[in-house]
Design a protein around this ligand. Structure first.
Ligand code: DOR
Ligand code: ZN
Length: 436
């Protein structure tokens, strides 16, 4: 049994943000109380050994749930696999991962869904929940068998990275989503508007002489999908929203009662297009980093609940790929192991976001939207939990990363504020940033 003493508990599901004692036993949260005596704890332990942890100056919260992670297995295991990605997850404080469907081959049938699930269980760290594609082969034309894939363990559906360009196919997908009860996750990008762009179109892209992707490439599809969600009544989840205009469109749709949720990536909250240098391929992401005004609108949208969730879009790539010239390097950022610390340092410490809101947006909100366990420390809940130490510092070095990939903008930097203990179903899987 675990006894966390005098720890600051953040549990938005119970509206707790206060010093508490936490007991974990037999894989579940046994108790969260303002005070606890040794006798009480011993009587609850019923003879089991008690591991005491001094939680002073630290935070405990439900394990983070990342709804947008690329684990690359099957097919691109040189970038990442389910085991390395699961280890990276628990280093970063994530106890549940929704694994994106754009693997090779894409996860477009039940057998592949079951394969990803099994590999996740075999890895034995975070819970790995497969996202299935919306269309066969992610070709954007023929819908997959969603109900069958749900029966095999799919948690959501998305053609991420290959946004469905045909509005009728998207309409049908939202219609079918009502049968599964799961959201369709849309990576909003009009391929014609985006063209061969490399970064957000604007002053910075002009200065660098790089082809730009206009903000409208995203917002045109956001508008389309919101209209279709309203028309069908299907559940829509908008991935990695990156522009002020998208936030405004979502605000209006929510006011009308459209069944939509949205996520934002830490890198869009922290960086903007002006900060990209020609060799900074780690910051080459899709959707591209927006302007300073976009960044402000995203922070505000997350703060006031228009944006519901934070998600990493962890997109590992090999060093060789990211060492190519900017125009040729693939889009994507390696994020699982640094995301929470980055949000802590760049947004919570400067007072832009409260830690309570961050935890709500990264655990409770995803659990509710995707109908998954976790996101709560209510007594009886599965003990997926994080102990976060704001004073723990680490230099981000290649050798320390559990991920196979190195494409993080924080390489070589000293970061502060990390998860130092992580439990999955009551089992300690990470201590002091070492995976157990
Ligand atoms: O930056 C990105 N990388 N955005 C995506 O949508 C896809 C992802 C990938 O798969 O590498
Ligand atoms: Zn995407």
């Amino acid at each position: 049994m675990w006894w966390l003493k005098d720890v600051w508990v953040i549990d938005p599901s119970q509206k707790i943000s206060a010093p508490r004692h936490v007991l974990i036993k037999d894989g579940i949260v046994l108790d969260v109380s303002a005070s606890m005596t040794e006798e009480e704890v011993l009587s609850k332990a019923q003879g089991e050994a008690v591991e005491e942890i001094d939680g002073k100056g630290k935070f405990a919260f439900p394990g983070l749930i990342d709804v947008h992670t690329h684990l690359r297995e099957p097919g691109q295991e040189d970038k990442e696999d389910i085991l390395s990605g699961s280890r990276a997850a628990v280093r970063g404080g994530f106890t549940t991962i929704l694994a994106m469907a754009n693997t090779l081959p894409p996860i477009d049938n039940r057998a592949l869904v079951e394969f990803v699930r099994r590999q996740g269980e075999r890895a034995g760290y975070a819970h790995i929940l497969p996202i299935g594609t919306v269309t066969k082969g992610m070709q954007g034309s023929e819908l997959v068998e969603m109900a069958d894939m749900k029966a095999g363990g799919a948690a959501a559906f998305s053609d991420d990275g290959k946004n469905i360009q045909n509005a009728e196919v998207m309409r049908l997908a939202l219609e079918y989503a009502k049968i599964t009860g799961f959201p369709i996750i849309s990576h909003c990008e009009d391929k014609n508007l985006a063209g061969e762009g490399l970064m957000r179109r604007g002053v910075a892209s002009g200065r660098m002489g790089l082809k730009g992707i206009p903000a409208s490439a995203e917002s045109v599809i956001v508008a389309r999908d919101l209209i279709l969600a309203e028309e069908t009544g299907g559940k829509l989840h908008l991935a990695h929203i990156s522009s002020a205009e998208s936030v405004e469109l979502i605000r209006r749709a929510k006011a009308k009662g459209v069944d939509v949720t949205a996520e934002v990536n830490p890198h869009h909250l922290i960086f903007c297009d002006e900060e990209i240098g020609i060799t900074d391929t780690a910051l080459k992401v899709n959707p591209p980093l927006g302007s300073q005004a976009d960044r402000e609108a995203l922070i505000e949208g997350l703060r006031d609940g228009i944006i519901d969730m934070i998600a990493t879009d962890h997109a590992p790539h090999t060093q060789a790929e990211k060492a190519r010239p900017f125009a040729e390097a693939p889009f994507g950022i390696n994020a699982l192991e640094t995301a929470l610390s980055a949000v802590w340092q760049y947004l919570v410490l400067p007072g832009r976001l409260s830690l309570d809101r961050v935890i709500e947006a990264w655990s409770l909100s995803p659990a509710r939207r995707f109908g998954q366990q976790g996101g709560t420390l209510k007594p009886g809940a599965v003990a997926d939990m994080v102990l976060f130490d704001p004073d723990f510092s680490e230099v981000i070095e290649p050798a320390k990363l559990a991920s196979k990939a190195r494409n993080t903008p924080f390489l070589g930097k000293t970061m502060e504020g990390f998860p130092v203990m992580v439990w999955v179903e009551g089992r300690l899987v990470q201590r002091d940033r070492t995976v157990i």
